[in-house]
Write a protein that binds this ligand. Structure first.
Ligand code: CA
Length: 234
């Protein structure tokens, strides 16, 4: 367990020290503000982040948003006294992996940390980036996407995708643990502001799913996360 390095971001000294002490089997670094955490994250790699939301300098929500735009995909467990469902849904939408309510039980924190680390370790094994002749492929199970050749294969069968469908699949496969909202996808792929009513993303996702399902009947590659969005089915 000592191989894992956890960053604890919490501005209350006592709580920070308590978390660091209960996570002693791991290597732990403490940060006391959002800006300190951002600095540490830009310099080091961590396996997991335990993150308070109400922080001086930069809020937890802002830190998650910054991490995801920087392509930092390590798991984040939010620890917060914010009780509202909308706050919880909001941080999960931003890309947090779990949410623990304050005041917390020590055993619960340990159990969730273990569960998230286990899950993410498994996923790292599922997704590999293969290099053949200098070309990069994303591989998840029997789904293979080659960026340079712009090809997708399912069970060794070629699947012909439109440019947008390819871009959506590549984004999902690049961050397989992340749940993308319709807004995330629209903004990333179309590069335009998103208007909630728009059905564009749904239509592209369902076309993409239909093409993958035609090549591999019964297999589900893209999962709907109810009320939030889409992610790869790992
Ligand atoms: Ca706080």
């Amino acid at each position: 367990m000592g191989n894992y390095h956890i960053l604890v971001v919490e501005d209350e000294n006592d709580v920070n020290h308590l978390l660091a002490s209960i996570l002693e089997p791991y290597a732990v670094t403490s940060a006391y503000s959002g800006t300190e955490a951002r600095l540490l994250l830009s310099q080091n790699d961590y396996d997991l982040i335990l993150l308070d939301l109400m922080l001086p300098g930069m809020t937890g929500e802002e830190l998650i948003a910054w991490m995801r735009t920087e392509g930092k995909t390590m798991p984040v467990i939010v620890l917060s006294a914010k009780q509202e469902l909308t706050d919880r849904v909001n941080v999960l939408r931003l890309g947090a992996d779990d949410y623990i309510m304050k005041p917390f039980e020590i055993d619960e924190v340990i159990a969730r940390v273990e569960a998230v680390l286990r899950r993410c370790k498994g996923q790292q094994l599922n997704v590999k980036t293969e290099s053949e002749g200098g070309e990069k492929s994303l591989v998840i199970g029997d789904l293979v996407l080659n960026h340079d050749q712009r090809t997708v294969h399912v069970k060794n069968k070629p699947v012909t995708l439109t440019v947008r469908e390819f871009e959506i699949l590549e984004l999902l496969m690049t961050y397989p643990k992340k749940v993308f909202t319709r807004e995330n996808l629209f903004t990333a792929i179309w590069g335009e502001d998103y208007f909630g009513e728009d059905n564009t993303v749904n239509v592209h996702i369902s076309n993409l799913r239909a093409k993958l399902a035609k090549a591999a009947p019964g297999a589900e590659y893209i999962k709907t996360v109810w009320g939030i969005g889409f992610k790869m089915n790992l």
